[in-house]
Design a protein. Structure first.
Length: 212
């Protein structure tokens, strides 16, 4: 059995523990969505999905898999482009008429909020984001997208157009049985403050960014 087949078998087994905790209507300035709360088996397996339109149609829905960023999404930090990406994604999904935004508690590329702040401290001393994470003993990007794939399957979206600049996200989702029919760039306007952060993403992490 090859690696992809093993991953699919493992995902099918885990899907049995995936549950919709709640759902409700969520009107936003980008359109009306249905918000779903998902819970998995593990303590850290929870996420929300904002769903708009018919995501089970023949046309692959537009999907954004977004990792939580308290400092960017909520506190409007300019150290990163997370909030700008979130807003651009909601706007594009709203315009598309059908799509999904998954919001995952994977703060700091999966290292958690307190460690993310420790990484900020190291960055203030001259390190880039990759160096800071590795100095703290973590991978440059510790995120895993198996739970995301489970949720997409639960929603009936096994073929998607993915809003992302990250080829690793594409690779992981496909390894867990999600067909990425198209990668749609998710690149908002670049601020002077976040330019160095984006250069590191492109140079050291292989993110597909233009004009950086």
């Amino acid at each position: 059995m090859n690696r992809k087949s093993q991953a699919r078998k493992r995902t099918r087994k885990k899907n049995k523990g995936l549950q919709i905790a709640a759902h409700a209507q969520l009107p936003t300035r980008y359109g009306r969505f249905t918000i779903y709360g998902f819970e998995g088996r593990g303590a850290q397996e929870e996420a929300v999905a904002l769903v708009r339109g018919n995501v089970k149609s023949r046309i692959a829905p537009l999907v954004r898999v977004h990792s939580q960023c308290l400092t960017g999404d909520v506190l409007t930090s300019l150290r990163c482009d997370c909030r700008a990406q979130l807003e651009l994604s909601l706007k594009k999904i709203g315009q598309a008429g059908a799509g999904i935004l998954l919001y995952l508690p994977q703060e700091g590329r999966g290292i958690g909020l307190m460690n993310k702040l420790r990484a900020y401290e190291l960055q203030d001393g001259g390190m880039d984001t990759v160096q800071a994470n590795e100095t703290l003993g973590f991978a440059a990007d510790a995120r895993d997208y198996e739970f995301s794939a489970q949720i997409l399957k639960k929603l009936g979206a096994t073929k998607i157009r993915l809003l992302s600049n990250n080829p690793e996200k594409v690779r992981q989702l496909e390894s867990f049985g999600i067909r990425v029919a198209e990668r749609v760039p998710c690149q908002p306007r670049i601020s002077k403050i976040s330019r160095a952060y984006l250069k590191t993403k492109k140079r050291k992490m292989g993110h597909l960014l233009e004009g950086i």
